[in-house]
Design a protein around this ligand. Sequence first.
Ligand code: IYR
Length: 242
Amino acid sequence: MAHDDEFPYPSIEAEAAHPFETLDFVRRSPDDIRARADAFHDEMDRRRSVRMLSDEPVPRSLIETAVRTASTAPSGAHQQPWRFVATQDPVIKRQIRDAAEVEERINYGADEERSTARMNDRWRDELAPLGTDWHKEFLEVAPWIVVLFEERYGIRDDGSKRTHYYVKESCGIAAGMFITSLHHMGLATLTHTPSPMAFLSQLFERPANERPFVLFPIGFPVDGCRVPTLRRKPLEEVLTIV
Ligand code: IYR
């Protein structure tokens, strides 16, 4: 749709109030677009959540680049309401594993002190094909753990609170771009949400405006890594064109 009526868009007034610049957009040929679309789909279709991670080291600069890529995500009012906290400290990783396993024991009903599991039978049935249980060895073995914290509100220089918009959506998109970046560079990860995960705020001494959103153990898969056989929904089940 042409917007001749309102051209130039945005208005001269808006441009005067805030700087604009010419979009750095690569216009490709239809063949090139088709080929890139297919190649990228093939690559992403090979991404799997990996729990069998090795202890092989991963350079810090790769983690930094993945966070840079994630941080290109769109966000409400461009507030970028995320903070990635990364560690390869074995003591902290051990503490994360211990704390997560305490919670997961309760979730899965493996805690002898408690008669009922937090997860009901139906939930545990849904998880059975994934082969998960309360053991979270990957939290200690993986060379890196990155926790994405959502900034529920911002803090201005004068200490006052700044409302953040669409925090979950923004962080969800950033998380997706983070795992895409890791997969594209040749690393493996898992989106892990130990439940509850408030312990991560204490452990990393995060301020009150931040809340843990998702945790990523990152590394290389072990040799001979096994993953559950999954079926991805075919297009007709995930796309409706009206
Ligand atoms: N947090 C638990 C349970 C769990 C829940 C869902 I939904 C999953 O897709 C996978 C696991 C755990 O990490 O085991």
